[in-house]
Ligand binder design. Structure first.
Ligand code: AMP
Ligand code: GLY
Length: 426
Protein backbone atom coordinates (compact mmCIF):
# COMPACT_ATOMS: atom_id res chain seq x y z
CA UNK A 1 0.00 0.00 0.00
CA UNK A 2 1.27 3.50 -0.86
CA UNK A 3 0.46 5.76 2.06
CA UNK A 4 0.58 9.55 2.44
CA UNK A 5 0.71 11.19 5.88
CA UNK A 6 -0.35 14.84 5.97
CA UNK A 7 1.16 17.15 8.59
CA UNK A 8 4.50 18.15 10.08
CA UNK A 9 4.34 17.71 13.86
CA UNK A 10 5.37 15.17 16.44
CA UNK A 11 1.99 13.47 16.03
CA UNK A 12 2.69 12.92 12.33
CA UNK A 13 6.19 11.61 13.08
CA UNK A 14 4.86 8.98 15.46
CA UNK A 15 2.08 8.08 12.98
CA UNK A 16 4.68 7.70 10.21
CA UNK A 17 6.92 5.64 12.53
CA UNK A 18 4.06 3.30 13.38
CA UNK A 19 2.82 2.97 9.80
CA UNK A 20 6.36 2.29 8.56
CA UNK A 21 6.29 -0.94 10.61
CA UNK A 22 3.23 -2.30 8.84
CA UNK A 23 3.73 -5.25 6.48
CA UNK A 24 1.01 -3.69 4.32
CA UNK A 25 3.16 -0.67 3.47
CA UNK A 26 5.05 -0.50 0.19
CA UNK A 27 5.98 3.20 0.17
CA UNK A 28 5.47 6.05 2.61
CA UNK A 29 5.05 9.70 1.62
CA UNK A 30 4.54 12.76 3.78
CA UNK A 31 3.48 16.35 3.15
CA UNK A 32 5.10 18.54 4.25
CA UNK A 33 6.77 16.39 6.97
CA UNK A 34 9.78 17.43 9.05
CA UNK A 35 13.40 16.35 9.50
CA UNK A 36 12.37 13.27 11.50
CA UNK A 37 9.62 12.16 9.13
CA UNK A 38 12.09 12.59 6.27
CA UNK A 39 14.02 9.60 7.62
CA UNK A 40 10.96 7.38 7.08
CA UNK A 41 9.06 8.90 4.21
CA UNK A 42 9.50 10.74 0.94
CA UNK A 43 8.48 14.30 1.84
CA UNK A 44 6.79 16.74 -0.53
CA UNK A 45 6.45 20.44 0.29
CA UNK A 46 2.66 20.80 0.24
CA UNK A 47 1.14 22.71 3.11
CA UNK A 48 -1.37 20.62 5.08
CA UNK A 49 -3.98 23.21 4.11
CA UNK A 50 -3.38 22.95 0.36
CA UNK A 51 -6.12 20.39 0.00
CA UNK A 52 -6.43 20.81 -3.76
CA UNK A 53 -2.68 20.34 -4.29
CA UNK A 54 -2.64 17.31 -1.99
CA UNK A 55 -5.53 15.76 -3.88
CA UNK A 56 -3.72 16.18 -7.22
CA UNK A 57 -0.57 14.70 -5.68
CA UNK A 58 -2.43 11.67 -4.29
CA UNK A 59 -4.05 11.10 -7.67
CA UNK A 60 -0.80 11.38 -9.63
CA UNK A 61 1.16 9.17 -7.25
CA UNK A 62 -1.68 6.64 -7.01
CA UNK A 63 -1.70 6.83 -3.22
CA UNK A 64 -3.79 3.99 -1.75
CA UNK A 65 -4.47 5.66 1.59
CA UNK A 66 -4.03 9.21 2.88
CA UNK A 67 -3.89 9.86 6.62
CA UNK A 68 -4.64 13.35 7.85
CA UNK A 69 -2.82 14.50 11.00
CA UNK A 70 -4.03 18.04 11.81
CA UNK A 71 -7.59 19.33 12.16
CA UNK A 72 -7.62 22.25 9.77
CA UNK A 73 -7.65 20.30 6.46
CA UNK A 74 -10.37 18.05 7.93
CA UNK A 75 -12.49 21.05 8.89
CA UNK A 76 -11.83 22.49 5.41
CA UNK A 77 -13.25 19.34 3.79
CA UNK A 78 -10.21 17.38 2.57
CA UNK A 79 -11.99 14.06 3.13
CA UNK A 80 -15.00 15.10 1.03
CA UNK A 81 -12.69 16.24 -1.77
CA UNK A 82 -10.63 13.01 -1.80
CA UNK A 83 -13.74 10.85 -1.68
CA UNK A 84 -15.28 12.76 -4.57
CA UNK A 85 -12.15 11.92 -6.56
CA UNK A 86 -12.38 8.25 -5.57
CA UNK A 87 -9.34 8.41 -3.26
CA UNK A 88 -9.19 6.56 0.06
CA UNK A 89 -8.56 8.79 3.06
CA UNK A 90 -8.60 8.35 6.84
CA UNK A 91 -10.53 11.04 8.71
CA UNK A 92 -14.02 12.50 9.16
CA UNK A 93 -15.88 14.47 6.51
CA UNK A 94 -16.28 18.22 6.84
CA UNK A 95 -19.75 17.80 8.34
CA UNK A 96 -18.49 15.32 10.93
CA UNK A 97 -15.34 17.36 11.68
CA UNK A 98 -17.61 20.17 12.90
CA UNK A 99 -17.34 18.38 16.25
CA UNK A 100 -13.98 20.11 16.50
CA UNK A 101 -14.56 22.98 14.06
CA UNK A 102 -17.45 24.48 16.02
CA UNK A 103 -17.65 24.26 19.79
CA UNK A 104 -21.30 25.37 19.70
CA UNK A 105 -22.10 22.51 17.29
CA UNK A 106 -20.23 20.04 19.50
CA UNK A 107 -22.08 21.20 22.63
CA UNK A 108 -25.39 21.02 20.82
CA UNK A 109 -24.67 17.43 19.73
CA UNK A 110 -23.63 16.48 23.27
CA UNK A 111 -26.85 17.80 24.74
CA UNK A 112 -29.01 16.18 22.05
CA UNK A 113 -27.36 12.78 22.38
CA UNK A 114 -27.12 12.82 26.16
CA UNK A 115 -23.35 13.17 26.67
CA UNK A 116 -22.37 14.65 30.05
CA UNK A 117 -20.89 18.13 29.54
CA UNK A 118 -20.78 21.45 31.41
CA UNK A 119 -23.90 23.60 31.29
CA UNK A 120 -23.45 26.31 28.62
CA UNK A 121 -24.98 29.05 26.51
CA UNK A 122 -23.82 30.16 23.07
CA UNK A 123 -23.77 33.77 21.87
CA UNK A 124 -23.42 35.63 18.57
CA UNK A 125 -24.47 38.96 20.10
CA UNK A 126 -21.83 40.72 22.17
CA UNK A 127 -24.24 42.58 24.45
CA UNK A 128 -26.21 39.47 25.27
CA UNK A 129 -22.95 37.65 26.04
CA UNK A 130 -21.83 40.45 28.39
CA UNK A 131 -25.18 40.61 30.14
CA UNK A 132 -25.06 36.86 30.72
CA UNK A 133 -21.48 37.06 32.02
CA UNK A 134 -22.39 39.85 34.46
CA UNK A 135 -25.18 37.78 35.93
CA UNK A 136 -23.41 34.40 35.86
CA UNK A 137 -21.85 32.75 38.87
CA UNK A 138 -18.03 32.86 38.60
CA UNK A 139 -15.76 31.30 37.50
CA UNK A 140 -16.93 30.73 33.92
CA UNK A 141 -15.11 29.34 30.91
CA UNK A 142 -15.33 31.35 27.70
CA UNK A 143 -14.57 29.60 24.42
CA UNK A 144 -14.20 30.89 20.88
CA UNK A 145 -16.51 28.81 18.70
CA UNK A 146 -14.06 28.07 15.87
CA UNK A 147 -10.51 26.71 15.61
CA UNK A 148 -7.93 28.70 17.60
CA UNK A 149 -4.96 26.29 17.89
CA UNK A 150 -5.94 25.38 21.44
CA UNK A 151 -5.73 29.01 22.58
CA UNK A 152 -9.39 30.02 22.34
CA UNK A 153 -10.39 29.03 25.87
CA UNK A 154 -10.21 31.44 28.81
CA UNK A 155 -11.13 30.66 32.41
CA UNK A 156 -12.53 33.84 33.99
CA UNK A 157 -12.55 34.31 37.76
CA UNK A 158 -14.53 37.58 37.75
CA UNK A 159 -17.25 39.21 35.65
CA UNK A 160 -14.79 42.02 34.88
CA UNK A 161 -12.41 39.47 33.33
CA UNK A 162 -15.29 37.78 31.53
CA UNK A 163 -16.48 41.04 29.94
CA UNK A 164 -12.90 41.83 28.88
CA UNK A 165 -12.53 38.39 27.29
CA UNK A 166 -15.85 38.73 25.48
CA UNK A 167 -14.76 42.11 24.10
CA UNK A 168 -11.44 40.69 22.90
CA UNK A 169 -13.02 37.68 21.22
CA UNK A 170 -16.21 39.16 19.80
CA UNK A 171 -15.40 42.83 19.15
CA UNK A 172 -11.62 42.99 18.74
CA UNK A 173 -11.37 39.70 16.88
CA UNK A 174 -8.25 38.31 18.60
CA UNK A 175 -9.12 34.89 17.19
CA UNK A 176 -10.41 36.29 13.90
CA UNK A 177 -13.72 34.87 12.78
CA UNK A 178 -13.28 31.91 15.17
CA UNK A 179 -14.28 34.18 18.07
CA UNK A 180 -17.24 36.05 16.53
CA UNK A 181 -19.40 33.41 18.13
CA UNK A 182 -18.58 32.18 21.64
CA UNK A 183 -19.83 29.84 24.27
CA UNK A 184 -19.83 30.49 27.99
CA UNK A 185 -19.83 27.46 30.22
CA UNK A 186 -19.63 26.35 33.81
CA UNK A 187 -16.20 25.51 35.14
CA UNK A 188 -15.69 21.85 36.02
CA UNK A 189 -13.23 20.45 38.52
CA UNK A 190 -11.31 17.22 38.39
CA UNK A 191 -8.48 15.45 36.59
CA UNK A 192 -8.29 15.86 32.84
CA UNK A 193 -7.64 12.85 30.63
CA UNK A 194 -7.85 12.09 26.93
CA UNK A 195 -9.76 9.14 25.53
CA UNK A 196 -9.44 8.51 21.82
CA UNK A 197 -11.29 5.94 19.75
CA UNK A 198 -10.99 4.66 16.21
CA UNK A 199 -14.36 4.29 14.52
CA UNK A 200 -15.96 3.61 11.15
CA UNK A 201 -19.13 5.33 12.33
CA UNK A 202 -20.53 2.16 13.85
CA UNK A 203 -17.92 0.04 15.55
CA UNK A 204 -15.67 1.72 18.11
CA UNK A 205 -12.13 0.70 19.12
CA UNK A 206 -10.84 2.74 22.07
CA UNK A 207 -7.13 3.51 22.38
CA UNK A 208 -5.26 3.38 25.68
CA UNK A 209 -5.85 6.37 27.99
CA UNK A 210 -3.44 9.30 28.11
CA UNK A 211 -2.96 12.64 29.80
CA UNK A 212 -1.58 15.81 28.28
CA UNK A 213 0.08 18.73 30.15
CA UNK A 214 -1.20 21.88 28.47
CA UNK A 215 0.43 24.65 30.51
CA UNK A 216 3.91 25.76 29.59
CA UNK A 217 5.58 25.66 33.02
CA UNK A 218 5.98 23.13 35.82
CA UNK A 219 3.06 22.66 38.22
CA UNK A 220 0.61 23.75 35.50
CA UNK A 221 1.60 27.40 35.53
CA UNK A 222 1.77 29.83 32.61
CA UNK A 223 -0.20 30.02 29.39
CA UNK A 224 -1.67 27.07 27.51
CA UNK A 225 0.39 25.45 24.79
CA UNK A 226 -0.31 22.73 22.25
CA UNK A 227 0.85 20.29 24.96
CA UNK A 228 4.18 19.89 26.78
CA UNK A 229 4.16 16.18 27.56
CA UNK A 230 1.97 13.14 28.01
CA UNK A 231 1.89 9.66 29.42
CA UNK A 232 -0.12 6.49 28.96
CA UNK A 233 -1.87 4.69 30.58
CA UNK A 234 -3.52 7.01 33.13
CA UNK A 235 -3.91 5.71 36.66
CA UNK A 236 -6.84 8.15 36.96
CA UNK A 237 -8.92 5.73 34.88
CA UNK A 238 -8.33 2.00 35.23
CA UNK A 239 -8.38 0.13 31.90
CA UNK A 240 -11.62 -1.66 32.81
CA UNK A 241 -13.38 1.72 33.14
CA UNK A 242 -12.43 2.93 29.67
CA UNK A 243 -15.26 1.05 27.96
CA UNK A 244 -17.69 2.70 30.37
CA UNK A 245 -16.28 6.17 29.64
CA UNK A 246 -16.51 5.47 25.90
CA UNK A 247 -20.15 4.41 26.31
CA UNK A 248 -20.88 7.71 28.04
CA UNK A 249 -18.82 10.14 25.99
CA UNK A 250 -18.08 8.72 22.51
CA UNK A 251 -20.64 6.05 21.58
CA UNK A 252 -23.75 8.29 21.82
CA UNK A 253 -22.16 10.88 19.50
CA UNK A 254 -21.00 8.34 16.92
CA UNK A 255 -24.41 6.66 16.99
CA UNK A 256 -26.35 9.92 16.92
CA UNK A 257 -24.35 11.40 14.05
CA UNK A 258 -24.68 8.20 11.99
CA UNK A 259 -28.44 8.26 12.52
CA UNK A 260 -28.56 11.81 11.21
CA UNK A 261 -26.57 10.98 8.10
CA UNK A 262 -23.21 12.37 9.16
CA UNK A 263 -21.29 9.19 9.86
CA UNK A 264 -18.07 9.82 11.77
CA UNK A 265 -15.09 7.89 10.39
CA UNK A 266 -11.58 8.27 11.71
CA UNK A 267 -10.34 8.97 15.19
CA UNK A 268 -12.49 10.79 17.72
CA UNK A 269 -10.70 12.41 20.63
CA UNK A 270 -12.70 13.22 23.76
CA UNK A 271 -11.05 15.58 26.24
CA UNK A 272 -12.60 14.54 29.56
CA UNK A 273 -12.82 16.03 33.01
CA UNK A 274 -13.10 13.23 35.56
CA UNK A 275 -15.52 14.91 37.99
CA UNK A 276 -17.07 13.52 41.15
CA UNK A 277 -20.13 12.77 39.02
CA UNK A 278 -18.11 10.86 36.42
CA UNK A 279 -16.54 11.85 33.11
CA UNK A 280 -17.68 15.11 31.44
CA UNK A 281 -16.63 16.06 27.91
CA UNK A 282 -14.66 19.32 27.69
CA UNK A 283 -14.12 19.12 23.95
CA UNK A 284 -13.95 16.83 20.95
CA UNK A 285 -11.12 16.77 18.48
CA UNK A 286 -11.41 15.07 15.11
CA UNK A 287 -7.80 13.86 14.98
CA UNK A 288 -5.08 12.29 17.09
CA UNK A 289 -3.79 14.30 20.08
CA UNK A 290 -0.37 15.89 20.08
CA UNK A 291 1.61 14.91 22.22
CA UNK A 292 -0.76 12.16 23.49
CA UNK A 293 -0.08 10.09 20.37
CA UNK A 294 3.66 10.11 21.10
CA UNK A 295 2.87 8.38 24.44
CA UNK A 296 0.13 6.07 23.17
CA UNK A 297 1.36 4.61 19.88
CA UNK A 298 4.67 3.24 21.22
CA UNK A 299 2.44 0.97 23.36
CA UNK A 300 0.28 -0.25 20.47
CA UNK A 301 1.20 -3.71 19.21
CA UNK A 302 -1.53 -4.04 16.55
CA UNK A 303 -1.07 -2.95 12.94
CA UNK A 304 -2.47 0.59 12.92
CA UNK A 305 -2.32 0.87 9.14
CA UNK A 306 -4.57 -2.19 8.74
CA UNK A 307 -7.15 -0.64 11.09
CA UNK A 308 -6.98 2.73 9.34
CA UNK A 309 -7.46 1.10 5.94
CA UNK A 310 -10.53 -0.76 7.23
CA UNK A 311 -11.97 2.50 8.52
CA UNK A 312 -11.28 4.33 5.27
CA UNK A 313 -13.17 1.52 3.53
CA UNK A 314 -16.06 2.07 5.95
CA UNK A 315 -15.77 -1.41 7.41
CA UNK A 316 -13.83 -1.75 10.66
CA UNK A 317 -13.26 -5.48 11.07
CA UNK A 318 -10.54 -5.55 13.73
CA UNK A 319 -12.12 -6.70 17.00
CA UNK A 320 -9.59 -5.39 19.49
CA UNK A 321 -6.27 -3.63 19.75
CA UNK A 322 -3.29 -5.27 21.44
CA UNK A 323 -1.29 -3.19 23.89
CA UNK A 324 2.12 -3.38 25.49
CA UNK A 325 1.51 -3.48 29.27
CA UNK A 326 4.38 -1.13 29.86
CA UNK A 327 3.87 2.61 30.35
CA UNK A 328 5.12 5.33 28.03
CA UNK A 329 5.97 8.91 28.92
CA UNK A 330 6.77 11.67 26.41
CA UNK A 331 8.34 15.04 27.23
CA UNK A 332 8.25 17.91 24.74
CA UNK A 333 11.35 20.04 24.24
CA UNK A 334 10.36 23.54 23.12
CA UNK A 335 12.05 26.66 21.76
CA UNK A 336 12.78 29.44 24.28
CA UNK A 337 9.82 31.86 24.24
CA UNK A 338 7.20 29.29 23.17
CA UNK A 339 4.15 29.60 23.19
CA UNK A 340 4.99 33.25 22.46
CA UNK A 341 7.66 34.47 20.04
CA UNK A 342 10.75 32.28 19.54
CA UNK A 343 13.78 32.18 17.25
CA UNK A 344 14.45 29.29 14.86
CA UNK A 345 17.53 27.76 13.28
CA UNK A 346 19.47 26.59 16.37
CA UNK A 347 21.49 23.40 15.93
CA UNK A 348 20.12 20.44 17.93
CA UNK A 349 22.74 18.14 19.44
CA UNK A 350 22.32 14.71 20.93
CA UNK A 351 19.39 13.23 18.99
CA UNK A 352 21.43 10.40 17.47
CA UNK A 353 22.69 9.17 20.85
CA UNK A 354 19.23 8.88 22.40
CA UNK A 355 17.59 7.37 19.34
CA UNK A 356 19.90 4.35 19.60
CA UNK A 357 18.70 3.37 23.08
CA UNK A 358 16.14 0.58 23.08
CA UNK A 359 12.51 1.54 23.73
CA UNK A 360 13.52 5.18 23.56
CA UNK A 361 12.08 7.51 20.92
CA UNK A 362 12.86 10.97 19.65
CA UNK A 363 9.85 12.22 17.72
CA UNK A 364 10.50 15.37 15.71
CA UNK A 365 8.02 18.28 15.55
CA UNK A 366 9.56 21.66 14.64
CA UNK A 367 12.82 20.46 13.09
CA UNK A 368 14.61 20.94 9.78
CA UNK A 369 18.11 20.33 8.43
CA UNK A 370 20.55 23.16 7.75
CA UNK A 371 22.94 23.42 4.80
CA UNK A 372 25.44 21.13 6.55
CA UNK A 373 22.77 18.50 7.12
CA UNK A 374 22.51 19.13 10.87
CA UNK A 375 19.17 19.10 12.67
CA UNK A 376 18.01 22.62 13.55
CA UNK A 377 14.97 24.03 15.35
CA UNK A 378 12.11 25.13 13.09
CA UNK A 379 9.09 25.48 15.36
CA UNK A 380 7.79 26.10 18.90
CA UNK A 381 7.53 22.50 19.94
CA UNK A 382 10.76 20.99 18.63
CA UNK A 383 10.83 17.35 19.76
CA UNK A 384 9.11 14.87 22.00
CA UNK A 385 11.37 12.42 23.78
CA UNK A 386 9.57 9.27 24.90
CA UNK A 387 10.47 6.01 26.62
CA UNK A 388 8.75 2.82 27.61
CA UNK A 389 9.19 1.52 31.15
CA UNK A 390 7.73 -1.30 33.24
CA UNK A 391 5.50 1.27 34.93
CA UNK A 392 4.94 5.02 34.86
CA UNK A 393 7.74 5.64 37.36
CA UNK A 394 10.22 3.63 35.29
CA UNK A 395 9.21 5.37 32.04
CA UNK A 396 9.47 8.76 33.78
CA UNK A 397 12.91 8.04 35.19
CA UNK A 398 14.23 6.73 31.89
CA UNK A 399 13.17 9.85 29.96
CA UNK A 400 14.40 12.35 32.55
CA UNK A 401 17.72 10.56 33.10
CA UNK A 402 18.74 11.18 29.50
CA UNK A 403 16.63 14.04 28.20
CA UNK A 404 19.19 16.77 28.86
CA UNK A 405 21.63 15.04 26.51
CA UNK A 406 19.62 16.71 23.74
CA UNK A 407 20.58 20.36 23.59
CA UNK A 408 19.79 23.46 21.60
CA UNK A 409 20.05 27.15 22.40
CA UNK A 410 17.10 28.36 24.45
CA UNK A 411 15.53 24.90 24.59
CA UNK A 412 13.41 24.02 27.62
CA UNK A 413 11.06 21.30 28.86
CA UNK A 414 8.75 20.68 31.79
CA UNK A 415 10.36 18.72 34.58
CA UNK A 416 7.13 17.41 36.05
CA UNK A 417 5.45 15.39 33.29
CA UNK A 418 3.56 12.56 35.00
CA UNK A 419 4.68 13.68 38.44
CA UNK A 420 1.23 14.37 39.83
CA UNK A 421 0.01 10.94 38.78
CA UNK A 422 3.07 9.43 40.44
CA UNK A 423 2.41 11.32 43.67
CA UNK A 424 -1.34 10.72 43.87
CA UNK A 425 -1.63 7.21 42.48
CA UNK A 426 1.34 5.42 43.94
P1 AMP B 1 -10.77 22.90 25.29
O1 AMP B 1 -10.03 23.44 24.09
O2 AMP B 1 -12.24 23.08 25.23
O3 AMP B 1 -10.35 21.50 25.66
O4 AMP B 1 -10.23 23.74 26.51
C1 AMP B 1 -8.85 23.88 26.77
C2 AMP B 1 -8.59 23.67 28.23
O5 AMP B 1 -9.39 24.56 29.01
C3 AMP B 1 -8.99 22.29 28.71
O6 AMP B 1 -7.97 21.37 28.47
C4 AMP B 1 -9.24 22.54 30.17
O7 AMP B 1 -8.03 22.56 30.90
C5 AMP B 1 -9.83 23.92 30.18
N1 AMP B 1 -11.31 23.85 30.19
C6 AMP B 1 -12.13 23.84 29.13
N2 AMP B 1 -13.42 23.78 29.49
C7 AMP B 1 -13.43 23.73 30.83
C8 AMP B 1 -14.46 23.64 31.82
N3 AMP B 1 -15.74 23.62 31.52
N4 AMP B 1 -14.06 23.59 33.12
C9 AMP B 1 -12.76 23.62 33.46
N5 AMP B 1 -11.75 23.71 32.59
C10 AMP B 1 -12.07 23.76 31.28
N1 GLY C 1 -2.80 17.72 23.16
C1 GLY C 1 -4.00 18.38 22.90
C2 GLY C 1 -4.50 18.25 21.55
O1 GLY C 1 -3.95 17.54 20.73
O2 GLY C 1 -5.51 18.86 21.26
Amino acid sequence: MKVLVIGSGGREHVLAWKIAQSPLLTKLYAAPGNAGIEQLAECHPYSADDIQGLCEFAKNEKIDLTIVGPESPLVAGIVDLFQKEGLKIFGPTQAAARLEGSKAFAKDQMVRFGVPTAHYESFSNVNEAKQYAIEAEMPVVIKADGLASGKGVVICESSHEAVKTITQMMSEGVFGDSGRKIIIEKMLEGEEISILALTDGEKILPLASSQDHKRVYDYDRGPNTGGMGAYSPCPQIPDEKIAEAVDLTIRPIVKGMAKEGSRYRGILYAGLMMTKEGPFVLEYNCRFGDPETQAVLPRLKSDLLAVMAEIANGNLKTERLEWDDRACLAVVMASGGYPGFYHKGFVIDGIEVLEKKSDFFVFHAGTARNAEGKFVTAGGRVLAVAALGDNLRAAHDRVYRDLSRIRFEGGFFRRDIGRRALEVYR
